[in-house]
Write a protein that binds this ligand. Structure first.
Ligand code: HEM
Length: 355
């Protein structure tokens, strides 16, 4: 795969939506007040109230008043004074008339829909699909990291019921990640070859969020990745932080330790998992947690398998745009596991324990 990176495409070209957004302070901080003309002059857009279905969810999030009465309010242009704080240490800047929140302004639909820039010229029909599907993956990766961070925090607080809730969502997202390969496979190798050369040397190999998920989960051994890649400063920082921070596996081991189990070595960990599985009735919450983790690991491995098969179907044994062997490289990643001991214990379950 390849993603259009560093070719003058993306955020820098996105234009702000052509309206200012009127909000209560909370959501207003998140969205900011936009100055479409960049002139600094106050702008008073006249926009009719949105249809009810369009802003129903947004009004809920914003606790906005009745739909029948559009609310026009006045806020101050953000000039470096901080969220909702006028610039200049409290002196209020020029007032900006703003309008009621809409579906489009809250979700930044105009900017979102302006982020797909095919490189083929004339644009090949399938390149939009190729770009959109990668962007959708990145959004789901973002959501997964959000949920995994929450799961780690719940583990740290020994709140195993909430860990289970977080994993229900993570598993549902993982199923989408695997199944949406179907959509990409409606593109044929001929379609892909028509624009593939223009994507060099960009590659999914450079997905920082994918690597973040691996690092947070506890996959190690590919830290070298950081040295070889042309990452942005914030991406590098995030990945280095992930490598320093305790992993999901560390958080699990800490829970087990607090419950009196030995996790001090590989063998001790396998023995601990074995005792939990063999007497699940006595450790039911921990047993369910282990099953959530093996599900997470299995579904991640399923994505790897699905991806490599799709890649072989698409490019055969050609090298990847990222410069690897392609399928040959991807096959070496199939054995990566987050929780190797949790897989290993399966082999000894049901066997008599040796004295
Ligand atoms: C036509 C579709 C695709 C092809 C032909 C393709 C091909 C490849 C190849 C050959 C690699 C190995 C690195 C390289 O040399 O480039 C790779 C890695 C990767 N691709 Fe794709 N890919 C496709 C779609 C996708 C999609 C939709 C995603 C979703 C984000 C994705 C994510 C990744 C990731 C995360 C890696 C790194 C895997 C690892 O290092 O473990 N790819 N891809």
């Amino acid at each position: 795969m390849a993603v259009a990176l560093g070719r003058g495409v993306g955020v820098a070209e996105a234009r702000p939506v052509g309206v200012a957004v009127a909000l209560g302070v909370g959501v207003g901080c998140a969205l900011g007040v936009l100055d479409p003309g960049g002139s600094g002059a106050p702008e008073v857009p006249v926009v009719p109230p949105p249809p009810p279905h369009a802003h129903a969810s947004a009004t809920k999030a914003n606790h906005a008043p009745s739909r029948t009465k559009p609310r026009i309010s006045v806020r101050y242009r953000h000039q470096g004074g901080g969220c909702g704080v006028p610039a200049g240490g409290g002196a209020e800047g020029p007032p900006v008339a703003t309008e009621q929140l809409t579906y489009g302004s809250y979700l930044r639909i105009a900017e979102l829909l302006d982020l797909q820039h095919p490189l083929s010229d004339p644009p090949h029909h399938d390149e939009l699909l190729f770009i959109a599907i990668h962007q959708v993956y990145e959004l789901w990766f973002k959501q997964m990291l959000h949920e995994l961070d929450a799961a780690v925090a719940f583990l740290n607080g020994d709140d195993l019921l909430r860990v289970g809730k977080a994993f229900r969502r993570i598993h549902a997202i993982q199923q989408i990640l695997v199944s949406q390969v179907d959509v990409l496979e409606t593109m044929t190798p001929q379609d892909f070859n028509a624009f593939r050369d223009g994507l060099n040397p960009a590659s999914g190999f450079q997905s920082a969020q994918f690597r973040e998920i691996e690092f947070l989960g506890g996959v190690r051994g590919n830290e070298d990745y950081l040295r070889h890649l042309d990452l942005t400063g914030p991406e590098r920082e995030r990945l280095e932080r992930r490598l320093r921070e305790p992993t999901l596996y560390d958080a699990l081991k800490a829970v087990l330790r607090r419950n009196g189990f030995d996790v001090s070595s590989h063998d001790a960990l396998v023995a601990t998992f074995r005792s939990i599985y063999q007497d699940d009735a006595s450790h039911y919450a921990l047993y369910l947690l282990l099953e959530d983790l093996i599900d997470f690991d299995e579904k991640f491995a399923l994505w790897r398998s699905r991806h490599v098969l799709m890649v072989e179907r698409m490019i055969g044994m050609k090298p990847g745009t990222g410069g690897s062997l392609g399928v040959g490289y991807l096959q070496t990643t199939l054995s990566r596991r987050f929780f190797p001991e949790l897989w290993e214990v399966r082999t000894v379950l049901g066997q008599t324990v040796q004295p």
